[in-house]
Design a protein around this ligand. Sequence first.
Ligand SMILES: Cc1cc2nc3c(=O)[nH]c(=O)nc-3n(C[C@H](O)[C@H](O)[C@H](O)COP(=O)(O)O)c2cc1C
Length: 186
Amino acid sequence: MKRILVGISGASGAPIAIRLLQRLKESYDVETHLIMSDSACLTIEQETEYSVQQVKSLADIVYDIREIGAGPASGSFQIDEMIIVPCSMKTAAGIAGGYSDNLLLRAADVMLKEGRPLFLVARESPLSPIHLRNLQELGMIGVRIIPPMVSYYQGYKTIEEWTNNFVERLLEKLEIQNNVKAWDGM
Ligand SMILES: Cc1cc2nc3c(=O)[nH]c(=O)nc-3n(C[C@H](O)[C@H](O)[C@H](O)COP(=O)(O)O)c2cc1C
């Protein structure tokens, strides 16, 4: 059983997080832990038809972001991989600065100090020099930065189609069974 910690912060892209949680729920050998920021609740409301409660019901275990003494706050609590999707520039800054004043930031800090895999679906546009510096610093210490960028060559007709495919790529990175179609040339 693989334990995956999904963080949702308040950047645009809540539908990606929901699709990822749905796909993880289909994986019988994955236990999903979830932490959402307060701003994530706003973007879920703004960008999706889901209630916060419905999003929570997609995970096996849900933590309040203020629950700073919960399992993921400690390195002795085994989390195999953590992904923050979407990851706001504020949360990226908190991780880059080691400023762990909520459970989401603390859990990411623990992943780094324990040398465990951390993935950030970092989203902002345009990116300021401060955002770029923080992301670069994180990338240099092994954090995988996966911005939700559209590729036109794959010919998606709808944003749902693109979202579904992007989530398959995330599953591939998390080494979970996925439906990624390998590029077979032009
Ligand atoms: C609808 C909406 C969309 C937002 N989109 C982004 C975004 O794409 N990237 C970003 O860095 N912040 C975005 N923000 C601002 C963040 O939510 C804000 O900086 C917040 O403090 C982030 O806190 P968190 O990282 O704890 O979720 C957005 C806010 C709202 C309400």
